[in-house]
Design a protein around this ligand. Structure first.
Ligand code: GEK
Length: 241
């Protein structure tokens, strides 16, 4: 696995974070050392797929990057006539995702699409995963995407929404960020790497609070919304139709 050294050298100007060739080439290492609950969630998607995916239905991995979530879902499906759609806007990510799907050859077909998740149709969905993707959409586009997902889901279908979250209470917010940065340093990132990446993400990553996420999902019509994971300022929600 290629090591993430993208922010290891001092940068004269820190531009906005982009999912370009450089990021895609080290993404596996970057995401594992940057999101404390990432690997557990990828593992659990397989279990959730076994439990919730219905025969003759579709699953969606929206913002699939290299396809880790899609492949986990595809590996867990036990029902016939299902398809998993893996969608991402970044061409360097999608190229690698296609290679990964071809290597793994999952038992349920994975259809890889290079597209904006705001443009695609969601139909007959029994499982939809937004694993750390919604946070990269402009805040004003988030409700509409979640509504489209809800409308395209089958009754009993599950949405898995994982996000970096913020907190209204400034003490809690700063405390969780501080511990999170300690965790990143314990994974081998230097102070400079932590600080330069934080700056690069500043304009790109607009975070919501957990109460805001839950309230919005319920307003749209999702029921039995439950937070099933949290570590520091990273959390995941299950929401049902
Ligand atoms: C995983 N879910 O490994 N349309 C399509 N893709 C988008 C859009 C958009 N509008 N905006 C951002 N992306 C993955 C990890 S990473 C999370 C997801 C992270 C894509 C973007 O190109 C990137 O690949 C992904 O969303 C976010 O389970 O890096 O923190």
């Amino acid at each position: 696995m290629a090591k993430d050294r993208i922010f290891a050298q001092p940068l004269e100007k820190i531009g906005d974070f982009k999912f370009d060739e450089n990021v895609a080439s080290v993404f596996d290492d970057m995401i594992r050392r940057s999101i404390p609950i990432y690997e557990k969630i990828i593992f659990m998607l397989r279990i959730l797929a076994g439990h919730y995916v219905k025969p003759n239905s579709n699953c969606y991995d929206l913002g699939c990057s290299l396809g880790a979530s899609a492949l986990s879902i595809a590996g867990g499906i036990t029902q016939p006539d299902c398809k998993v759609f893996a969608v991402d806007l970044s061409e360097p990510m999608i190229r690698r995702c296609c290679d990964n799907v071809a290597t793994v050859k999952p038992p349920t077909p994975v259809v890889v699409m290079c597209d904006d998740i705001r443009n695609i149709a969601i139909e007959k969905a029994s499982m939809v995963v937004l694993n750390f993707t919604l946070q990269f959409l402009p805040p004003e586009d988030r409700d509409e995407l979640l509504k489209k997902i809800y409308d395209g889901m089958l009754p009993g279908g599950v949405l898995v929404l994982s996000e970096k979250i913020t907190h209204d209470n400034p003490v809690t917010r700063e405390l969780l960020i501080d511990i999170y940065h300690d965790w990143k340093r314990s994974n081998g990132y230097s102070d400079m790497e932590v600080s330069q990446k934080r700056t690069a993400l500043e304009n790109v990553l607009k975070l919501d609070t957990m109460p805001y996420h839950l309230e919005r999902l319920e307003k749209i019509g999702f029921k039995d919304c439950a937070q099933w994971f949290q570590c520091f300022n990273f959390a995941s929600i299950l929401a049902f139709k």
